[in-house]
Write a protein that binds this ligand. Structure first.
Ligand code: SF4
Length: 300
């Protein structure tokens, strides 16, 4: 039997659901039951009757899935797959900042550790961050940890936004020169980028979208050629969503080595051993869940 076949048959036997983030390698995406962004996947995990979730992504995503569905066993095939941006905020540092800014409400990007979520008023994703900041009952916001997403959000509100000094090192690698060059090479292409890119890159883009919005956009646009300014795994997802279109990765630097740590071999090993398991202490999970539920309420 192929590796793919072994994974699928063991997943069925053990009532396990395989979830893959949009940035995973193509073979992982193809072996998964669902491919999506971190929130879509956490929601699928929570609404599904599977007893095991194999989360092909990075640590904070598996934590979010556990927080929303604590009765399930959540496995992360490579326990060292972390997110450097999520690691740029700690609960202790956030508590200290909250003391400095007593009037600010804390809006925390889902790319954050569970204990930082627990210190937050509300969580956001890249697709609902603007709406959350607009709808939250506060004129002063502490936006954590992605300063680039926070900067993007600040273009749509008059509220005072304090930015945490965090960022995605992958999206930060892209230079304006690279973008200008690729636009010149493909003058007939549209450029769409993720809001984790720096303001300089965003200013050069035709569209700024979360990964979920990118998928929906390419399915309906008349544009045939699209330059994609986000992690390389997205190209596979977009080609499947719109096979008639041409997608060009804006830069070879869009490669998250943490996302690419998941392999089919590790997925099979996780299914066999039911390890490594990701959990969150009850008290932290309960508080983080409140912030996640607040997001669902404010993004309606
Ligand atoms: S692409 Fe950036 S934000 Fe996403 S997991 Fe990798 S380091 Fe974290």
């Amino acid at each position: 039997m192929t590796l793919y076949g072994e994974i699928r048959s063991l997943a069925e036997k053990k009532n396990a659901l395989i979830l893959a983030h949009n940035y995973q390698n193509p073979q992982i995406q193809d072996a998964a039951d669902h491919v999506g962004d971190s929130l879509e996947l956490a929601r699928v995990a929570a609404s599904n009757s599977a007893s095991i979730i194999v989360f092909c992504g990075v640590h904070f995503m598996a934590e979010s899935a556990y927080i929303l569905s604590p009765s399930k066993k959540v496995l992360l095939p490579d326990i060292t797959a972390g997110c450097p941006m999520a690691d740029m905020v700690t609960a202790a540092a956030l508590r200290a900042k909250k003391k400095e800014l007593p009037n600010a409400k804390v809006v925390t990007y889902i790319n954050s550790p569970a204990d930082a979520k627990a210190e937050s008023d509300v969580i956001c994703t890249s697709s609902n961050a603007v709406k959350i900041v607009q709808n939250i009952d506060a004129d002063e916001i502490l936006f954590v940890p992605d300063k680039n997403l926070g900067n993007w959000v600040s273009r749509f509100t008059d509220k005072k936004i304090h930015l945490w000094d965090g960022y995605c090192p992958i999206h930060a690698l892209i230079t304006a020169d690279e973008i200008i060059r690729i636009k010149q090479e493909h003058p007939d292409a549209l450029l769409m980028v993720h809001p984790e890119c720096s303001p300089e890159i965003i200013n050069l883009a035709d569209e700024v979208f979360s990964t979920g919005e990118m998928v929906r956009f390419v399915q309906k646009t008349d544009k045939k050629k699209i330059i994609v300014g986000t992690e390389s795994g997205m190209i596979h997802k977009l080609k499947k969503a719109a096979p008639d279109k041409e997608f060009i990765l804006a830069s070879e630097n869009f490669f998250c080595k943490n996302m690419k740590k998941t392999t089919l071999e590790k997925v099979l090993a996780a299914l066999k051993s039911e390890e490594p398991v990701v959990t969150v202490p009850d008290e932290t999970a309960d508080r983080a869940r409140l912030a996640l539920e607040k997001m669902l309420e404010l993004s309606r």
